[in-house]
Design a protein around this ligand. Structure first.
Ligand code: MTE
Ligand code: MO
Length: 374
């Protein structure tokens, strides 16, 4: 069993697949903490968790000419200045089950909490690249590719890449701590790439190799997955992966975590407490979250809890929203609808009709929670 070395996990995690391990955070626990505790952070593994001797682990960093340097975890901590900030990881397949309900898609049936927010500590990738003798403004360099220490049965590692502009930015780091602890095995121990604002798939865990290149990573997950097609491309059709670009930044997203779907409320209750998360990629801060109980005719703004260290242009952390909403008189059934708007005034689509895609990626339609009045 290739998975026998996998770590023990928190029993509260909602397991969507045991091997490789994929599990989401219970929605009711997600909004309890602005920073998700490590043991409750959702997990998305494509392969077994690699067994790594942290004292022996080396990160290799290669230039265009093939010249490379190798750094131990201790070297990283000693040589470069450390930074810390909160940043979200969200799987591009989050909320796939709702897109599947709209029309069948293919992939792991995530509900709405394949997302978490942690404080990451590490060193800037830019500092490492420069130290490796790489000119980060060399116009031939278009992408930076990453490999993890996790491999498939043929020995091929997990891999991904990000554009050079993101790689050399102020915010992209090689992290060694998650919430002030060494990164746990499921989340990439000992080193993980954090490319804030990008989809989870690009934030490579168990980071082992960094290569600057004219090309994107050749990995399966960069080239043959994590790309969203037009709604005209149907399930079962042969997919022309090169016809669409790889997903990098996440669009605007929000979800009601509390109350859960099909919660019963009593007839004489006057109000209901609603809480959830909102987040957008590219550092685009969330400027509002609105709730509707009448199908979208009228909206009420929620209160927003945001990271005080981050501004609207660099909001890598999520927003937790809360609202007390008045229950319309005489209703037997209610639907709580939530939608968020980001700093670029991007807002969520009403339904999945225009964004449906065969792999069920980036589902961000208005979130709807049915409630029964008893
Ligand atoms: N990195 C490696 N090496 N192997 C993986 O399977 N999964 C990716 C990304 N990085 C993955 C990886 C995907 S698809 C996601 S959504 C995030 O890790 C999940 O991060 P988490 O498990 O820490 O929540
Ligand atoms: Mo993912």
């Amino acid at each position: 069993d290739a998975f026998s070395g996998d770590p023990i996990r928190h029993p509260a995690l909602l397991v969507r697949n045991p091997k490789p391990f994929n599990a989401e955070t219970p929605p009711s626990l997600l909004t309890d903490h602005f920073v998700t505790p490590n043991e409750l952070f959702f997990v998305r593994n494509h392969l077994p968790v690699p067994s790594i001797d942290i004292t022996e682990h080396k990160l290799s960093v290669e230039g265009l000419d093939g010249k490379k340097i190798e750094l131990s975890v201790e070297d990283l901590k000693k040589k470069y200045k450390s930074v810390s900030f909160n940043s979200v990881i969200q799987c591009a397949g989050n909320r796939r089950n709702e897109m599947n309900d709209f029309k069948k898609v293919q992939g792991l049936m995530w509900e709405g909490t394949a997302i978490s927010n942690a404080r990451w500590t590490g060193v800037k990738l830019r500092d490492i690249l420069i130290d490796a003798g790489i000119d980060v403004y060399d116009e031939r360099i278009k992408h930076v590719q990453f490999e993890g220490a996790d491999t498939d049965p043929e020995g091929t590692p997990y891999g991904a890449s990000i554009p050079i502009e993101k790689a050399r930015s102020n915010e992209t780091i090689v992290a060694f701590e998650m919430n002030d602890q060494p990164i746990p095995p499921d989340h990439g121990s000992p080193l993980r790439l954090i490319a804030p604002g990008n989809v989870g798939a690009r934030q490579v865990k168990w980071l082992k190799r960094v290569v600057v290149s004219e090309e994107e990573s050749h990995s399966h997950w960069q080239r043959k997955d994590y790309r969203a097609f037009s709604p005209s491309v149907q399930l079962g059709e042969e997919l022309d992966w090169d016809s669409v670009p790889s997903i990098q930044e996440y669009p605007i997203q929000c979800l009601v975590c509390v109350p859960a779907a099909n919660t019963n409320i009593e007839k004489h209750d006057e109000t209901i407490e609603v809480a959830g998360y909102a987040w957008s990629g590219g550092g685009r801060g969330v400027i509002r979250v609105e709730i509707s109980l009448d199908g979208g005719k009228t909206w009420q703004s929620a209160d927003l809890e945001q990271d005080k260290e981050q501004d609207i242009e660099h909001m890598w952390a999520w927003t937790i929203f809360r609202a007390t909403v008045k229950i319309p008189e005489g209703a037997d059934e209610l639907q709580i609808i939530a939608k968020a708007t980001d700093r670029s005034y991007n807002t969520q689509p009403e339904t999945a009709a225009g964004i449906w895609n065969v792999r069920g990626l980036l589902h961000n339609a208005w979130h709807r929670v049915p409630i029964k009045v008893v």
